[in-house]
Design a protein around this ligand. Structure first.
Ligand SMILES: [Fe+2]
Length: 298
């Protein structure tokens, strides 16, 4: 989709996205005040006509754009919609469904990359502030569960010393972005702490499979944190029309495995990212864009 076509769709979404006043209020409340769970679930939104789940990206056709408008209206309430070159070729609305060809490769489309708790793009200097997941079709066996662990819940279970350690100890966050694709493991010299920002109400970034500890103590702290995060997760089972909004600076998320049959009835999700700092990024990068390549420093 060209930039102009996207802007037209975004404009139509803002004017006619389908969210009720009450839903708009809940999204703005969540943005401005947050909540201890780190996520907001709007259930049963109107998403229009959903064709059979495609078997591959090349078969993706979706004439009714009701779901895209709803998702983009919600995204625009939270910030600016952004995309990444390495995620679905820079598309702002990403479609996820099982693909037979890729079922064993570890990409966003496969069944198993999302299985452990992680913050989205924790290594990236332009991290999404929010991640929005709209369920177009639940998997027929309703096996898929999304898990969310919030920093508020995690901190309740960590001692002052453990919190101080995670505020001060840098880990090396590897990138999973190559030149054009995901699923790499690249050292980009990105040393950063797990907790950051205001020590009394810190932000949180976490991706244990892509983090390297500098000491045994740091590795133990990471293992402990991973265990605690799994202890406090809240499970969410998404069905048709459910919109899940995740605060990506205060949570980690994961998904359970689920079965795919490649018969048109498989699970189908749409996803967007929102940032609250686009003008700052434009200033630092000297370029205005919604679509980013790998940015390691600003
Ligand atoms: Fe994810």
């Amino acid at each position: 989709m060209s930039n102009r076509d996207f802007d037209l769709l975004l404009s139509a979404s803002i004017r006619n996205g389908g969210l009720s006043q009450e839903q708009i209020a809940r999204i703005l409340e969540f943005k401005l005040f947050g909540n201890p769970s780190g996520y907001l679930l709007l259930d049963g939104t109107a998403i229009g006509e959903i064709p059979s789940t495609p078997a591959s990206r090349s078969e993706l056709r979706k004439p009714d754009d009701t779901s895209e408008r709803l998702l983009l209206q919600a995204t625009a309430l939270l910030g600016e919609p952004i995309g990444y070159v390495q995620e679905s070729g820079g598309a702002i609305v990403n479609n996820f469904f099982p693909q037979q060809m890729q079922s064993r490769a570890a990409t966003s489309d496969s069944f198993d990359t999302e299985l452990d708790l992680h913050t989205e793009n924790a290594f990236h200097a332009i991290q999404p502030d929010y991640l929005l997941l709209l369920c177009l079709r639940q998997d027929p066996a309703a096996e898929a569960i999304t898990y969310i662990a919030s920093v508020d819940r995690i901190l309740e279970r960590l001692s002052y010393e453990q919190q101080a350690f995670l505020l001060n100890e840098p880990y090396n966050f590897f990138s999973d972005y190559g030149a054009s694709e995901k699923n790499q493991r690249i050292d980009i010299n990105k040393h950063q702490t797990v907790l950051y920002g205001d020590p009394d109400a810190p932000f949180f970034r976490f991706d244990p499979h892509f983090m390297v500890a500098y000491s045994e103590r740091a590795q133990r702290a990471l293992d402990t944190l991973r265990g605690v995060a799994w202890e406090v997760v809240e499970p969410v089972r998404l069905s048709r029309g459910d919109l899940l909004i995740i605060d990506n600076r205060r949570t980690a998320h994961a998904r359970s495995p689920f079965t795919a049959h490649f018969d048109g009835n498989d699970r189908w999700m749409q996803r967007t990212f929102a940032t609250c700092n686009l003008r700052f990024y434009t200033e630092r990068l000297g370029k205005a864009s919604r679509i980013f390549e790998l940015v390691t420093e600003l």
